[in-house]
Design a protein around this ligand. Structure first.
Ligand code: GAL
Ligand code: CA
Length: 357
């Protein structure tokens, strides 16, 4: 009886494989939604070739683990071929060549260098393989050159605005203005940037400050903004230098991400002034929640790794099966028809418990 069942199942699988082996021309029927959140349509077995710009990045390691988990909970017919690009674009280019050579059905690419989108996309286009970029946003003009090229990410400026709001709300709630250590009414601050040229880093740097100024606060930048490349150890070192130079003058440190905020807090702790300087990050890493509770950080901004991972898998699987990229999902493209943007959310002492995983 068991044998018979196995035979029937094997027969069904063989049928469904041949049924979609015709280059996907029968795929339009696959766009019917079954109401589930998984990518809809045909269930052809597919392999998605994934690159992560480097595994050694706090936030991206959450995205990567989410992707693995999502696929493990699917029907067993989606395989990820996952690569660590080790922060090296030419390594990533080789990985893409290798994956195309082994006939992956779609690519999901976290670029090392956002400027490399055209080169990577051309490889996919020449091989007629769909490509979903994620996290590092390529420029729109590049994506518009290939009808099977899409992006999953966020609206970068929104994270800057939300981080600015975290600061403004904190200042407003501080009735006796303890934040203003020198009592001059201005905010003496430092700006710790992520990777220069990264759309998220540039937008967070600009919009956080703009939001605080627009709320009517005067700000004074103590040292030229500097980068710690999203990295905790580099951030600790930079903050050690800044503290040695500016000491008690520092009232606020804006960090483009939580990875760096962790380094800042550890430097301030070593100098015994943690909790006496306002520190804000972005990402809402689980590691920062205790610091928000203790007051070592005033807040962060949720960068929604789970929904971004889900959208990448949904779009890539749909495209791999020849379906409409959004088939059977609730994602929507922005006005360009190319990008799915997952919203950010401010996280402070008031609401952080909602974000503890
Ligand atoms: C950002 C994130 C950073 C870093 C970067 C990598 O969205 O906030 O922590 O992971 O992506 O591209
Ligand atoms: Ca001041």
């Amino acid at each position: 009886m068991k044998k018979l069942l196995a035979l029937v199942l094997a027969g069904m699988m063989a049928f469904s494989l041949t049924a979609c082996g015709d280059g996907g021309s029968s795929s339009s029927e696959g766009s019917a939604s079954d109401g589930s959140s998984a990518a809809g349509g045909e269930d052809k077995a597919v392999t998605i070739g994934v690159t992560i710009y480097k595994y050694d990045d706090n936030f991206m390691s959450y995205v990567r683990n989410d992707m693995d988990k999502i696929v493990a909970e699917m029907d067993g017919k989606v395989t990820l071929s996952m690569n660590d690009s080790q922060n090296n674009q030419s390594t990533q280019n080789d990985q893409v060549d290798t994956m195309i050579g082994s006939n992956v059905d779609a690519l999901a690419i976290n670029l090392v260098d956002p400027q490399a989108a055209a080169v990577v996309q051309k490889k996919a286009q020449d091989a007629e393989i769909p490509i979903v970029f994620f996290n590092k946003e390529p420029d729109l003009a590049t994506m518009q050159e290939y009808d099977k090229s899409f992006y999953v990410g966020t609206t970068s400026s929104e994270s800057g605005v939300e981080q600015g709001n975290v600061v403004v709300d904190y200042l407003k709630a501080d009735a006796d203005k303890k934040w203003d250590k020198n009592g001059d009414g201005k905010i003496q601050y430092l700006m710790m940037k992520g990777e220069p040229g990264h759309p998220d880093a540039e937008a967070r740097t600009e919009y956080s400050v703009k939001t605080i100024k627009d709320a009517g606060y005067e700000m004074e930048l103590l040292a030229p903004e500097d980068t710690a490349m999203w990295d905790t150890a580099k951030a600790k070192e930079l903050m050690d230098n800044w503290y040695a130079q500016y000491g008690d003058k520092i009232e606020l440190v804006l960090c483009n991400n939580d990875g760096m905020a962790l380094g800042v807090v550890s430097s301030l702790t070593a100098n015994k002034v943690n909790g006496k300087v306002m520190v804000a990050g972005v990402d809402a890493l689980p590691e920062v929640m205790d610091y928000i509770e203790s007051g070592d950080m005033i807040g962060t901004v949720l960068n929604d790794d789970q929904n971004q991972a889900q959208a990448v898998i949904d779009l890539a699987v749909n495209l791999a099966r020849g379906n409409d990229p959004l088939a059977g999902t609730s994602w929507k493209f922005d006005e360009t028809g190319k990008s799915v943007r997952v919203p950010y959310k401010a996280v402070t002492k008031e609401n952080y418990k909602e974000f503890v995983k």
